[in-house]
Design a binder for this molecule. Structure first.
Ligand SMILES: O=C(O)C1=C[C@@H](OP(=O)(O)O)[C@@H](O)[C@H](O)C1
Ligand SMILES: C=C(OP(=O)(O)O)C(=O)O
Length: 422
């Protein structure tokens, strides 16, 4: 079996000063691909993310009959086709593929088998499968792997789901909903839905494609049936992928600038600005981009990350280096991310001498002197980048599999090494 070589995390005694351009947003790229495949004509996705998660989405849509061509400048030209099986969809470990693709597969004519990495089988999926059944689809199975037996159309209509474990359950149904005969009305019942900005992104992008969406009542979303007119879409830089680089400025007391930070955005990752500010960073929008400068003393935080849980591994890495304890709340749903992120962060940090405790809905991090050791990425891109942040200031940390970053940022090792060298 192939084993990735351990990656000695670059270490520096100097403040990092760097300018780092990050590629396109995973969440926007994969939504744009779905909308383009469901549209009534060809469209172009400019500056898409090229990574494992987006390649899996493109591959899945291609296997269902969509034509996706790469242009010389790395854009994707997408020509919708009649959706049909038989097809095989590999979700890898990508939540966006496993939650967004099945409603599209339900519109296909023929059998579609959906599977992913062995670890993906632990991710919550029953909500998607049950909702599609209630909307008129025929599926076999209760989680990955499962099969969708489509008839080329889906009735749609009202459905109630419990989306407290993932906002992606809602986004997936909304993205395909305009193509259901009755559209879709999704009502959430249960504990609060996490990652709400991501549903905001779904709604914004649907409206950009001419779809009528009513989200005026909390926890209820109506998508009217009608055509999808995918516009040519430019993808913003991935703000969740920018976070480890910005964190390097805080960890080392340096300055990191990320160009093209959007003035306004639906990306949940934008919340990193407020968190870094609370930890003591100064932030400035300069002509070059968003510049973040680390403080002399890094402060602990008490933060509710319910809306932007994907920031947790970075915030935990910084919290472990801070001058006081941190409490992170509202993130019980991270136990169902690519790995159980709460368990993994606790285990990996404590193995290096840290003091992390789990609470029912989060983590308490008490800074301690950390020592050299191996950081296990658990196939999770954000676990891998958290190990890299710690390695910048703690000598002798190696990440067991830095290729885990390939899910959303295959260039991470090169970008990080260049940043650390200065
Ligand atoms: O819709 C999306 O693009 C995403 C939604 C969020 O998922 P959860 O709601 O499952 O946290 C987020 O964590 C994930 O990285 C991307
Ligand atoms: C949780 C994440 O991804 P997903 O749910 O899309 O796999 C993430 O990117 O942090």
């Amino acid at each position: 079996m192939y084993r990735a070589p351990f990656w000695p995390a670059p270490h520096t005694d100097r403040p990092v000063n760097a300018y780092v351009r990050v590629p396109g947003s995973k969440s926007m790229t994969n939504r744009a691909l779905i909308l383009a495949a469901l549209a009534d004509g060809p469209s172009t996705v400019r500056e898409p993310l090229h990574s494992r998660d987006s390649a899996l989405m493109a591959g899945a849509l291609s296997s269902l009959g969509t034509t996706i061509e790469e242009t010389a400048d790395g854009a994707w030209r997408i020509t919708p086709g009649t959706l049909r099986g038989p097809a095989y969809v590999d979700c890898g470990l990508a939540g966006t593929v496993m939650r967004f693709l099945p409603p599209v597969a339900a519109l296909a004519d023929g059998r579609v088998r959906v599977d992913g990495d062995p670890q993906a089988r632990n991710r919550p999926m029953a909500t998607v499968i049950n909702a599609l059944r209630l909307l008129g689809a025929r599926l076999t199975g209760h989680g990955l792997p499962f099969e969708v037996h489509g008839r080329g159309r889906l009735l749609g209509g009202p459905v109630t789901v419990d989306a407290s474990r993932s906002s992606q359950f809602v986004s997936g149904l909304l993205l395909a909903g305009a193509r259901f005969e009755q559209g879709v009305s999704v009502a959430h019942r249960g504990k609060p839905v996490p990652s709400l900005p991501h549903i905001g992104m779904t709604v914004r992008m649907l409206r950009g494609a001419g779809v009528d969406v009513d989200d005026s009542t909390p926890d209820v979303w109506h998508v009217r049936p009608g055509p999808v007119r995918a516009p040519d879409t430019g993808i913003e830089p991935d703000l969740s992928n920018a976070q480890p680089f910005l964190a390097a400025a805080l960890a080392t007391g340096g300055t990191v600038t990320v160009p093209d930070w959007p003035g306004s955005t639906t990306q949940a990752g934008d919340a990193i600005r407020g968190l870094l500010g609370e930890m003591g960073a100064s932030l400035a929008r300069t002509p070059e981009g968003l510049a973040v400068t680390g403080p002399g003393r890094l402060r602990g935080v008490d933060a509710d990350l319910h809306a932007a849980g994907e920031l947790t591994p970075t915030v935990v890495a910084l919290a472990a280096l801070a001058d006081g304890p941190s409490r992170l709340r509202g993130i019980a749903h991270l136990r169902g991310h690519g790995t159980d992120r709460l368990g993994a962060l606790q285990r990996e940090l404590n193995a290096l001498g840290g003091a992390v405790e789990q609470t029912p809905d989060g983590l308490v991090v008490t800074p301690r002197a950390l020592h050299a050791g191996t950081w296990h990425a658990c196939n999770d891109h954000r676990m891998a980048t958290a190990g890299a942040i710690l390695g910048l200031v703690v000598p002798g940390i190696e990440v067991d599999d830095i290729t885990a970053t390939g899910r959303t940022l295959p260039d991470f090792p090169d970008l990080w090494e260049a940043m650390a060298k200065g």
